[in-house]
Design a protein around this ligand. Structure first.
Ligand code: F6R
Length: 613
């Protein structure tokens, strides 16, 4: 959840690291800090957002050509400067940054205190500093001292260490699944980061560290080792992301930019995967023979948050298009419930970041029990990508806004493609139906674009009228139920309004008690097979004087006449309608949050990559 950046070369290291941290601030923004080695070890840290560290650096700049930096999402210890990374030893020889949790830190801390070490922070990370310090005092060089310290840590970590006694190098390690450690390769300069956007302006050549792998990074070379000291040869990957896609451009917020990018990201998702003359789908990293496709008895989707809601829509798509049983589990529940799995089951993980701890643990559970492992992942090269037997790489580009938007619609599009592919391989979809589905898909980017045209829906009026409300209800049925969940999640996470998504038919079994003339109820009532049922539920809300905001297909005067307000979408294939219906809900949440003065890109308490349990 925290972000780490490192640089060694001939340029001003602290400014490169600061710029990199800005691209990782989505991972945490409780405090930030940078350490440079330039003869001496110098550290600047500041509580709160990165801008505070930037101001501090303006008052007291850091010189030097080697630096590590950190942006924190607090786990152990309050988000105050004393607990900000980097953490130095008492003699200020070394500095350490960490992403993850040292699960045995209490025992290590007690032992180190007994040995005479004085702790100045409440963090678990500080034990790493003192452990390395202890081994340096015993005569080890930096790399060996780090190795001995790392081997004592329980839990999952990404760590970077610098020392003024060995001022040319950064030592880094990945232990378990605490988020990525990416080494960026340059010309007489090298980089280190938790995620690609941090270094994308400088290099597109990267090496991913796996569990229990270390790198020793100097300006001229990078050496890789296993934790036991064995040298390693690592493959270099070329990143294809465009550096421009990781900047805000003309938009006020990343979330806004990413909402408006959806026609393009949906287009990129489809590009090259569908033959529009035959309707045949091809997925580059998931090739199955018809026999293999027919042998699949069950698909178990595992994911968290928005990705789990995408999975719930995916269940409808896969069951309809491929005639295969699908269940959807929250990864945090799945991993602990001893699920029944076998080699005829596919565990399909959905994850934007490819780093979510619960999702990765569920994948490992699937692997252990002999299931096939597939994933839909946006972060190319991430852990989820690398451990999968088959993968669909989202083509959404980097998603920086903490609230997921374009990754959701890209996932829905990928799930539709997967449904078509499996349906074709399993002999469920014939030529005519494949052609119709492909044609429907071809229109999708344009329809998403229409939904986003200026003035198509009046979000300002709605946000102005209802931003002061403390509760919202979102109702949907069938495919629109997960969209109701997603609409509610978007609103609560960026505007802090309590919002609940509910299957509309269940409303009368309880939540109806909440409805009064102060309760906006967003009713998703697109024209599908449960449209009439949804109209009855709108009537029930109206009868209790609830404020009805109906999400309808353009031209639906019947529901429009019953609603206080409408949000409309163009008509699409029923299975693709959720890709459109979520867009007005993203924008409703966005504008409401703006009216409430909330920080849209960095909502309180949240982080983009949830690499801890
Ligand atoms: C909500 C949101 C989260 C993520 C969830 C899973 O806007 O972003 O609910 O969807 O933390 O993250 P990934 O997809 O990276 O596994």
């Amino acid at each position: 959840m925290c972000g780490i950046v490192g640089y060694v070369g001939s340029k001003d290291a602290s400014s490169i690291v600061l710029e990199g941290l800005k691209k990782l601030e989505y991972r945490g923004y409780d405090s930030a800090g940078i350490a440079t080695v330039n003869g001496d070890l110098a550290i600047r840290r500041a509580e709160g957002k990165l801008v505070n560290l930037e101001n501090r650096l303006r008052e007291a700049p850091l010189d030097g050509h080697l630096a590590i930096g950190h942006t924190r999402w607090a786990t152990h210890g309050a988000p105050i400067e004393r607990n900000a990374h980097p953490h130095a030893d008492e003699a200020r020889v070394i500095a350490v940054v960490q992403n993850g949790i040292v699960e045995n830190f209490m025992a290590l801390r007690a032992q180190l205190q007994q040995e005479g070490h004085t702790f100045v922070s409440d963090t678990d990370t500080e034990v790493i500093t003192h452990l390395i310090d202890k081994y340096l005092a015993q005569g080890d060089g930096l790399v060996e001292a780090c190795r001995r310290a790392f081997r004592q840590l329980h839990g999952a970590h990404a760590i970077a260490v610098v020392s003024k006694q060995e001022p040319d190098k950064i030592v880094t390690v990945r232990l378990g699944n605490a988020g990525g450690v990416i080494v960026g390769l340059g010309q007489d300069e090298n980089y280190l980061a938790s995620d690609i956007p941090a270094i994308l302006d400088h290099t597109q050549q990267v090496v991913y560290l796996e569990d229990k792998e270390m790198a020793v990074i100097t300006a001229g070379q990078v050496n890789f080792y296993r934790l036991d000291g064995q040298p390693l040869r690592k493959e270099t990957h070329q990143i294809t992301w465009d550096p421009i896609s990781a900047v805000k451009g003309q938009y006020r917020h990343f979330m806004q930019k990413e909402i408006y990018e959806q026609p393009q990201s949906i287009q990129s998702t489809i590009r090259g995967r569908v033959d529009f003359t035959s309707g045949q789908v091809h997925l580059e990293h998931l090739s199955l023979t018809p026999a293999e496709a027919k042998a699949i008895e069950r698909i178990v989707i595992v994911a968290c948050g928005t990705s789990a809601y995408a999975g719930q829509v995916g269940k409808f798509m896969l069951e309809k298009l491929a005639q295969v049983h699908v269940s959807v589990d929250y990864a945090s529940e799945f991993r602990y419930r001893d699920p029944l799995l076998d080699d005829k089951t596919v565990v399909l993980a959905i994850t934007q970041s490819g780093e979510t701890a619960d999702t990765l643990a569920s994948m490992e559970e699937g692997q252990r029990k002999g299931a096939k492992l597939w994933s839909i992942v946006n972060a190319h090269g991430s852990m989820a990508h690398r451990i999968s037997d088959g993968v669909i790489l989202m083509q959404a580009g980097p998603e920086i806004g903490v609230a997921s938007t374009k990754a959701f619609t890209a996932t829905l599009t990928d799930l539709f493609l997967l449904g078509m592919y499996l349906g074709q391989q399993r002999g469920v979809l014939g030529a005519e139906e494949s052609f119709e589905l492909a044609t429907a898909l071809a229109h999708l980017p344009e329809l998403a674009g229409e939904t986003l045209v200026e003035g198509y829906n009046d979000y300002q009026t709605l946000a102005k009228l209802y931003h002061h409300c403390e509760h919202f209800l979102f109702l949907g049925r069938g495919l629109n139920y997960p969209i109701a969940l997603e609409g509610a999640l978007k609103l609560k996470e960026i505007s802090y309004i309590h919002a609940e998504g509910y299957p509309a038919g269940e409303m009368k079994h309880g939540p109806i008690a909440l409805i009064d003339d102060n309760m906006p109820v967003v009713c998703i009532a697109t024209q599908d097979h449960v449209y009439d049922k949804m109209i009855s539920q709108i009537e029930q809300v109206r009868a209790r004087k609830g404020i009805v905001i109906a999400l309808i297909n353009e031209g639906d005067n019947e529901v429009a006449a019953k609603a206080d307000h409408v949000l409309k979408i163009p008509t699409a294939h029923p299975l693709l309608t959720p890709v459109l219906s979520v867009i007005p809900l993203q924008l409703l949440a966005y504008h409401t949050a703006i009216w409430r003065g909330a920080d849209v890109d960095q909502p309180r308490n949240l982080a983009k990559s949830v690499t801890v349990e």
